[in-house]
Write a protein that binds this ligand. Structure first.
Ligand SMILES: [Zn+2]
Length: 244
């Protein structure tokens, strides 16, 4: 299997808070240990999270004030996770697009996500971009792949999976994590306490010896039709129930 591309300047595009620790918590540590620089761009604040919100706030209807508090909680958890992985606060950029709406933005041809990412790529000049995958079962991740591949210009891309399995024939690299890296990755995942109440087992299942990365998807990346999107979302929801 080929080696990872140079990690001098790593740019990770994360649709939601927690998409740094779960798929790339080991890679971030590896880049820092090698003297590299890492920036993580969060497309959304993961604010459409109604069941954990009801559990936290102990009421049914989530108000605008609850949402603001939720966003603050998720950003705090994210910065704590990044600190454990070795990144200072300025390494994170929060773009604040609406959670669960990225596919709608993409289908509507909204230019802002690609424009924001392009601006960051031009400023950071990454040596490698880690993109969500268009094979992921979550619509925000597929839309994130679409935006990222359009914004990457000539930069090499690898993709990561969070929901579902990547196509084995597109596997590009598996990063083996040391015991210490696994321990820190676990700590970073556990920083996302707001998510663990209902999904602890699923989250911790991503802490294992290897992180898998897949080839760039310029050849396949697209915005799926609504039917495909709906089926994938149902499969994702059923999978979450079965796994719990
Ligand atoms: Zn996500």
């Amino acid at each position: 299997m080929p080696e990872l591309p140079p990690l001098d300047r790593l740019l990770i595009v994360a649709p939601h808070p927690d998409d740094e620790a779960i798929p790339t918590g080991g890679l971030i540590q590896r880049a820092i240990e090698a003297g590299g620089r890492v920036r993580v761009v969060y497309l959304t604040d993961g604010e459409r999270n109604v069941w954990p919100q009801r559990a936290l706030f102990r009421h049914w209807r989530i108000s605008a004030e609850d949402l603001r508090e939720w966003v603050a909680i998720r950003r705090r958890e994210t910065l704590a996770s990044l600190r454990i992985l070795g990144l200072p606060e300025p390494s994170a950029t929060f773009l604040g697009f609406s959670d669960a709406m990225l596919a709608i933005l993409a289908r509507a041809g909204d230019p802002r996500p690609v424009a924001e990412l392009t601006k960051i790529v031009k400023a950071e000049r990454p040596t490698l971009i880690l993109s969500p995958s268009s094979f992921d079962l979550h619509g925000d991740h597929r839309a994130g792949a679409y935006f990222t591949h359009r914004a990457a210009l000539e930069t090499p891309i690898l993709t990561y999976m969070v929901h579902g399995n990547g196509p084995p024939e597109r596997l590009a690299a598996i990063l083996a994590l040391t015991e210490d890296q696994q321990r820190k990755k676990r700590e970073a995942v556990l920083c996302h306490a707001s998510q663990l109440r209902l999904s602890r087992r699923r989250f911790l299942s991503h802490v294992r010896v290897g992180e898998a990365f897949y080839t760039a998807e310029h050849d396949v990346v697209r915005i799926d039709g609504p039917l495909h999107g709906a089926i994938a979302t149902i499969r994702h929801a059923l999978g979450a129930i079965v796994r719990r």
